[in-house]
Ligand binder design. Structure first.
Ligand SMILES: Nc1ncnc2c1ncn2[C@@H]1O[C@H](COP(=O)(O)OP(=O)(O)OP(=O)(O)O)[C@@H](O)[C@H]1O
Length: 306
C-alpha cells in the first residue's frame, strides 16, 4: 500500500500537524452569530469533509479561512502561520504569502462562458504567472486536456466544476479549499470529483471539502467536522463517528422486526425479557450499525439533505 493510502486508511497521521487550526472562530452579522466559537483541526494530508445543513455557516467559515471575510472573534492558523486580522503591512504580507500556498473554489467557479477552457486557463496563467507545464498538468489532472478547445458554455456542470478545480490547483497549492464542489452533480460527476480529489490527496495535497449532502462526499473523505447553526457538533475520523453511535438493536419476532435505537449493550437482556413477558416469540436478536446518514441526522436533528 502506498504511503498516502496507509495514511488515509488510518484516517489520521499519527503526530501529523494540523494544516488548519481555528480557536473560538466566530462571525456575527448584527446580533446573529452565523459561526459560533469554532475550534477546527484539519490534519495535514487528510481529505477533510466540512458538513452541515444549508445555512449552517460552512461558506462563511471557509471565507474566513481564506481572508475573504473578517472574523468577529477568534484566531486562525493556516500552514503553521497565524493569520493576523490587521491591515498593517505585516499582517497583509503574511496573508498574501500563506494564501499563495492555498487553492480554493468558493461557490461557482468564476469562468468566462464565451471562452474555451484553454482560454480561461490562459487568463489564470497571466494572473498567477503560471508556467506552460503547470497549465497543462492542471488540465490533465482534471481530465479536460482534450475538451480544452470547447467553449465553457457548452460544458456540463461537472466539466465546469473540474475547470474551476484546474484553476485552483494550477499553482500547485499544498492546501485546497472547495466549497460544495459536488453540488448539483449527477452520480457520474460526483465520482469524477471523488477520483480527482483522491488523486490530489495521493500527491500530498490536503483537501477541505464542504457539503450539505453527506452521501455525496462520504466516500471521498477520511476526517470530518459537522457544524449546525455555526457550532461544532462533531470532529474526528469517520471511524470515530461510527464509534460514537450505539448500533441499533434488531429483534425479530412473529410480528416482524423491532428496531430499538440507543440501547446500550448491557441492556439487551432486559429488552428481550420485556418482549418475552409481553408474549412475543423471539427468532433473532442482532445489532446493526447505523448509517453515517442516521448519525448525522441525530447530530443535527435534520433529515435527508443535511
Ligand atoms: N453578508 C452576510 N450578511 C448577513 N448574513 C449573512 C451574510 N453571509 C451569510 N449570512 C448568513 O449566515 C448564515 C450562514 O451562511 P453560509 O453561507 O455560511 O452557510 P452555508 O452552511 O455555507 O450554507 P449553504 O450550504 O446554503 O451555502 C446564513 O443564515 C446566511 O444567511
Amino acid at each position: 500500500m502506498r504511503e498516502a493510502e496507509v495514511r488515509r486508511e488510518s484516517g489520521r497521521d499519527c503526530g501529523a500537524m494540523d494544516i488548519i487550526t481555528t480557536q473560538g472562530l466566530t462571525k456575527a452579522y448584527g446580533a446573529t452569530r452565523v459561526v459560533d466559537g469554532l475550534d477546527l483541526r484539519v490534519p495535514q494530508g487528510s481529505v477533510f469533509g466540512f458538513l452541515g445543513p444549508n445555512g449552517s455557516g460552512k461558506s462563511t467559515t471557509m471565507k474566513m479561512l481564506l481572508s475573504l471575510v473578517r472574523p468577529t472573534n477568534g484566531s486562525i492558523e493556516v500552514l503553521g502561520t497565524p493569520m493576523g486580522r490587521g491591515n498593517g503591512d505585516g499582517d497583509r504580507g503574511t496573508r498574501r504569502r500563506v494564501l499563495g500556498r492555498i487553492g480554493s473554489l468558493i461557490e461557482a467557479p468564476s469562468v468566462y462562458p464565451h471562452l474555451t477552457g484553454n482560454e480561461n486557463m490562459r487568463i489564470q496563467q497571466m494572473i498567477l504567472g503560471l508556467t506552460e507545464a503547470q497549465v497543462r498538468r492542471a488540465l490533465e489532472i482534471v481530465r479536460l486536456d482534450t475538451a480544452g478547445q470547447k467553449l465553457v458554455k457548452q460544458y456540463s456542470l461537472g466539466m465546469k466544476q473540474r475547470l474551476g478545480i484546474a484553476m485552483a490547483i494550477a499553482h500547485q497549492p499544498e492546501l485546497l479549499i472547495l466549497d460544495e464542489p459536488t453540488n448539483g452533480l449527477d452520480p457520474a460527476g460526483i465520482e469524477e470529483i471523488r477520483e480527482l480529489l483522491l488523486e490530489l490527496a495521493g500527491e500530498g495535497v490536503t483537501i477541505m471539502v464542504s457539503s450539505h449532502q453527506l452521501a455525496e462526499i462520504e466516500r471521498m473523505i477520511d476526517t470530518l467536522a459537522v457544524i449546525d447553526h455555526g457550532r461544532l457538533m462533531f470532529q474526528g475520523t469517520k471511524a470515530e463517528l461510527f464509534q460514537q453511535a450505539t448500533p441499533d438493536l434488531l429483534i425479530t419476532t412473529d410480528a416482524g422486526v423491532v428496531r430499538r435505537r440507543d440501547v446500550p449493550a448491557d441492556a439487551t437482556p432486559y429488552v428481550v425479557t420485556e418482549l418475552v413477558r409481553a408474549g412475543a416469540r423471539i427468532h433473532e436478536v442482532r445489532r446493526e450499525q447505523q448509517t453515517l446518514e442516521d448519525i448525522f441526522i441525530e447530530l443535527t436533528g435534520r433529515g435527508g439533505a443535511l
